[in-house]
Write a new protein. Structure first.
Length: 160
C-alpha cells in the first residue's frame, strides 16, 4: 500500500513537472514568435520609410511616426530577451538590435527634403533578417532542459 502511494505521488510530481515544462516552452516560443512578427513589421516600415520620398513635411512626420511606433513595439522585448535567450544569443541580439535602430533612424531621418535611401532600406532589412534568424534558433533552444532550468532559476532568483 505504501509503495503504491509513493509511486502515485511520484507520478503526480513528474506529471506536474512535465506540465510546467510544456507551459514554459509554449510561453517562450509564443513570445519569441510574436517578437519575430514585430521585427518583420519594423523591417517593412523601415523599407517604406527609406524607399518613399515625402512630398511635404506632413508625409515625413507620418512615415517617421509609423517607424517609431514599430520600434516601440520591438523594444518591449528587450527585458524579456534576458530571460529567454542564451548569453551568446542575447549578445548577438543586443548588437543587432542597436545596429537596426541606428540604421533605421540614422542618416537624414526626420529631415525636410529627405531623399530615398535604398542602401539604408536594404541594410535595415538584412539586419532584421539576422535578428529573426537568431530568434528562430532561440525558439528551438527553448525545448532544451537547460532553457527550462535557466528559466526556472530566473523565476526563483530574479537574475538571468
Amino acid at each position: 500500500m505504501t509503495e503504491g502511494l509513493i509511486l502515485t505521488i511520484f507520478g503526480a510530481a513528474v506529471g506536474w513537472f512535465l506540465n510546467q515544462y510544456k507551459v514554459v516552452v509554449s510561453e517562450n516560443a509564443s513570445l519569441i514568435k510574436s517578437h519575430i512578427a514585430d521585427i518583420e513589421g519594423f523591417a517593412d516600415a523601415a523599407q517604406v520609410y527609406w524607399l518613399t520620398e515625402p512630398e511635404n513635411l506632413r508625409d515625413e512626420k507620418v512615415l517617421s511616426a509609423k517607424l517609431k511606433a514599430k520600434h516601440a513595439a520591438i523594444s518591449i522585448f528587450h527585458g524579456e530577451a534576458e530571460k529567454r535567450l542564451t548569453i551568446e544569443r542575447l549578445r548577438q541580439y543586443q548588437m543587432l538590435q542597436l545596429r537596426l535602430f541606428k540604421v533605421s533612424t540614422g542618416g537624414s531621418f526626420e529631415t525636410a527634403g529627405r531623399k530615398i535611401d535604398p542602401i539604408r532600406a536594404i541594410e535595415a532589412y538584412e539586419i532584421s533578417a539576422q535578428l529573426i534568424h537568431i530568434l528562430r534558433f532561440a525558439a528551438k533552444e527553448q525545448v532544451s532542459l537547460r532553457a527550462l532550468l535557466s528559466t526556472l532559476y530566473y523565476k526563483v532568483t530574479g537574475r538571468p
